[in-house]
Design a protein around this ligand. Structure first.
Ligand code: SER
Length: 491
């Protein structure tokens, strides 16, 4: 029996509404920029901004909360565009309990939402749960297993047991615990066909749609676990993955709202989707990266050479290079921004409010990179030819560093280009040169200090400034200090 299909925006609303009927407080997505959490560059899951509510350090606005959270994960960046389910930007649907309900309700509601004809209405016999198999420190989750078998009625042989890698959720430090996942079987036509291909296989047949974490430990980031004061629920369901399943489409790039962005990229570049694998990868990389960039800039990230600013710069530069591969030789990413805003503004109205600003940031970064991209590509081709002439399969760290330092090529861009030629990059050599450069820069700064220039102290004791540029274009300010003639002057 086929299931009904729903648009991505509809599914988001359905999820939030469903959990409101279960007395959850619906909260808007938190910013992509973590607040008071040095362990993360960018928010990567629904629970990340709520850590103090899990640990009990802070009182939540309600003990049941549901959100649709903007997330960025760049760990699998090289897979983007090549698989059905990887993206750097995605939205995570989540229902959370802070010391309120636990395994039983979380499992029942997950099942009800996915299978009830009133809600998503997926076919129950295509769904497979998994539970934690246990290890030397944490016992097998017999309780979750029994709920699936005895209360939901799933036969034992359809419930999978996996180890820590799959069924124990943690991300850096913070609340974590064993989890129960729900996989959807898209059918053998999506499978790898290898013997033993089943739930948990890395191919595109069995898609993990939901992860229900029984969050009961706190990881100090060094692998030490302590029992949390309260037992919590942290669930996460990738909205694009759910839409992919609901809409019976090949990948998350074929989901309605995402496809509309790809169509816009096609319109601008003239590159048609589904004509060659290579073109598809470029179209998907651009689509994914422009989504990430738009949301990151909207939340206040600016391209830079450090931290999250560098994540943004890498995404924009990689997307720009894929534009080049599609034959575009002028800045164009900023033009796609309007479609990203259009597809998402219903749930994220701030995108439209900040659109002019976002577009300007993207365009400026594109124009800056365009100045060095062509020259850099020429040098890269020469370097590549020289390595090949020597019969080498490793692109040197020194060359990768020169491309970075002189032409602004992020290392993963060089790695991707080398990989296309069947080569690898000496990343360790590159990093060593980066480190040397940092030491040189530090020494230069210290030398500046030796000159007695008061600027080195400048700002040290200043209060933080508040950025108001999203809401106003003019504002009163107060000069707190001045440096003149090498001297720090008071007001
Ligand atoms: N934290 C879990 C995840 O990210 C569930 O929300 O998958």
């Amino acid at each position: 029996m086929a299931h009904p299909t729903y648009g991505l925006n509809e599914l988001r609303e359905m999820f939030l509404k469903f959990f409101e009927t279960k007395e959850h407080l619906r909260l808007p997505s938190f910013s992509l920029i973590p607040q008071n959490d040095a362990s993360l560059l960018l928010i990567n899951s629904g629970m990340a901004p709520m850590k103090p509510w899990f640990t009990g350090e802070e009182e939540p606005p309600r003990h049941r909360v549901c959100t649709c959270q903007k997330c960025i994960r760049t760990g699998d960046i090289e897979n983007i565009g090549k698989t059905a389910r990887h993206g750097t930007y995605f939205e995570m649907l989540g229902n959370f309990s802070f010391g309120d309900y636990f395994k039983r309700d979380a499992i029942h509601w997950a099942w009800e939402f996915l299978t009830s004809p009133e809600w998503v209405g997926l076919e129950p016999d295509r769904l497979y749960p998994s539970v934690f198999a246990g290890n030397e420190t944490t016992p097998a989750d017999d309780e979750a297993f029994a709920i699936w078998r005895d209360e939901i009625g799933i036969p034992e042989d359809r419930i999978f047991k996996f180890g820590k890698e799959d069924n124990f959720w943690e991300h850096g430090s913070g609340p974590c615990g064993p989890c129960s996942e729900i996989y959807y079987d898209r059918g053998p036509e999506w499978g790898c066909g290898k013997p033993g291909c089943t739930v948990g296989c890395d191919c595109d047949r069995y898609i993990e749609v939901w992860n229900v974490v029984f969050s009961q430990f706190d990881n100090d980031g060094e692998g030490h676990y302590t029992e949390l004061k309260q037992k919590n629920i942290d669930t996460g369901m990738g909205l694009e993955r759910l839409a992919c399943v609901s809409q019976n489409v090949a990948s998350l790039f074929d989901v309605d709202t995402v496809m509309n962005i790809t169509n816009k990229v096609s319109e601008i570049t003239g590159a048609k989707y589904e004509q060659s694998d290579k073109i598809d990868v470029s179209l998907r990389v651009i689509t994914d990266h422009i989504r990430s960039a738009t949301f990151m800039i909207c939340d206040g990230v600016l391209p830079s050479n450090e931290g999250r600013g560098y994540v943004l710069r890498r995404l924009l530069r990689r997307a720009a290079r894929h534009g080049k591969l599609l034959g575009v030789d002028h800045p164009f990413l900023y033009e796609v921004c309007d479609t990203v805003v259009h597809e998402n503004e219903g749930h994220y109205p701030e995108l439209r409010e900040r659109q002019a600003y976002i577009t300007k940031v993207i365009r400026t970064e594109e124009e800056n990179f365009a100045k060095t991209l062509d020259a850099g590509m020429k040098i890269y081709d020469e370097m590549l030819a020289a390595h090949k002439a020597q019969g080498e399969t490793v692109f040197s760290g020194a060359d990768a560093f020169k491309l970075y330092d002189t032409y602004g090529f992020p290392i993963d861009l060089t790695m991707e280009m080398a990989e296309e030629e069947g080569m690898t990059v000496d990343e360790a050599g590159f990093r060593a040169l980066m480190e040397e450069q940092k030491v040189r820069a530090r020494k230069a700064r210290e030398a500046l200090g030796d000159l007695g220039w008061a600027g080195i102290e400048f700002g040290k004791d200043m209060p933080a400034t508040e950025f108001v540029g999203y809401d106003r274009t003019s504002e009163q300010g107060k000069i707190l200090a001045l440096v003149a003639d090498g001297e720090l002057r008071d007001e």
